[in-house]
Design a protein around this ligand. Structure first.
Ligand SMILES: NC(=[NH2+])NCCC[C@H](N)C(=O)O
Ligand SMILES: O=C(O)CCC(=O)C(=O)O
Ligand SMILES: [Fe+2]
Length: 339
């Protein structure tokens, strides 16, 4: 078992203030989270983050053993960021929370390159996670009243994130993010063998649907591809890598097994059930950054009732890849960040 010190790192109030000064300075200098100059500078400026936290994250990434860790203690100026928005579309850009977005991007740059999808949140680099009216029962980050079921982020996609960062701006009613790591020793070896084989159908989750994005002709091709993948017979393995400590790729809500493959059905139920039984709650506080190893952790969110009065839970989300080349064919230019 990992000890709490492996999982948690906190910056002191003094250091938090220095970091806030840094990110506020950067927020003045750059146009927004997608500013090319900012993105180019990220790893250079990230050297101004405290050595202890950089070392902590280096261990998290290199050791590749834990599913998640948290760096906490950052300052979030509740007055400056303003009320939790009603929607991520139609907001001033940049928003008053640019400093917090930059903090996430700085941390992201220590792990790899931040990237995003043309088919999610109208092609933004930093996503919002807050409840939106009308989406209560959706299996989306912007849902609320239904449990957000355990998933690998963008599990359907071969170029899914290696790391996922969730930065908490506010969470007054202490709604938990759910986390589940896999201990494959607890699975029947026959199930493990099956899970290593490409016998599982997986489909894009609903956040990539055209109906959840503003109509954009520019990305017509990408949405058509998502629609095709929804229909496709895309068969993947759930486990891969080191047989003794396999990586995980799972989103049972959007998965099936081919008709008649009872072995695959039993194995998928077994791993899903194990993850559910081992699920823990992580309640993020403002100023916490949750780092997810997207090959080791399945995550989700407990159900809650939104108030839509500006005080709702508000997180920011950034995807990170350790290998930009694998998506190069689709990114137009070497520095383009949208797949
Ligand atoms: N099991 C699931 N609900 N998977 C989809 C997760 C939500 C998705 N990542 C979003 O941006 O909203
Ligand atoms: O709200 C959370 O804590 C997690 C959200 C999430 O998993 C997502 O947006 O994909
Ligand atoms: Fe997620």
């Amino acid at each position: 078992m990992a000890s709490a010190t492996d999982r948690l790192s906190a910056v002191s109030p003094d250091v938090a203030q220095e970091i806030e000064e840094l990110t506020l300075r950067l927020a003045k200098r750059y146009d927004g989270p997608e500013d090319e100059e900012l993105l180019r500078e990220l790893p250079v400026v990230a050297s101004e983050l405290p050595a202890a936290q950089r070392r902590f994250l280096r261990g998290f990434a290199l050791d590749d053993a834990l599913g998640y860790c948290v760096v906490g203690g950052h300052t979030v100026d509740q007055t400056r960021i303003g009320p939790t928005p009603r929607h991520w579309r139609g907001r001033p850009r940049p928003g008053p929370e640019l400093a917090e977005e930059i903090l996430l991007l700085l941390y992201a740059s220590l792990l790899g390159e931040p990237f995003a999808w043309k088919t999610q949140q109208d092609g933004r680099l930093v996503h919002d996670v807050f409840p939106i009216k009308g989406y209560e029962t959706e299996q989306l980050g912007v849902g609320s009243t239904d449990l957000l079921t355990l998933h690998t982020e963008d599990a359907f996609h071969p170029w899914r994130a290696d790391f996922l960062l969730l930065g908490c701006l506010r969470n007054p009613r202490r709604v938990a993010t759910t986390v589940a790591e896999l201990d494959a020793r607890l699975l029947d070896p026959a199930h493990v063998r099956t899970l290593f084989q490409p016998r599982f159908l997986i489909r894009p989750d609903d956040s990539h649907l055209a109906e959840h994005n503003a109509p954009s002709d520019a990305y017509r091709e990408q949405f058509a591809e998502i629609a095709e993948m929804k229909r496709d017979d895309n068969r993947v393995a759930v486990l891969w890598g080191d047989p003794a400590a396999p990586y995980l790729r799972i989103d049972p809500y959007f998965m099936e097994v081919p008709d008649g493959d009872d072995e695959a059905a039993a194995a998928l139920a077994a791993v899903g059930g194990l993850l559910e039984r081992r699920t823990e709650d992580v309640v993020l506080r403002p100023g916490d950054v949750l780092f997810i190893n997207n090959h080791r952790l399945a995550h989700g969110r407990r159900p809650f009732t939104a108030s839509y009065d500006g005080t709702d839970r508000w997180l920011k989300r950034v995807s990170v890849t350790t290998d930009f080349r694998k998506s190069r064919e689709r990114r137009g230019t070497a520095t383009a960040r949208f797949i």
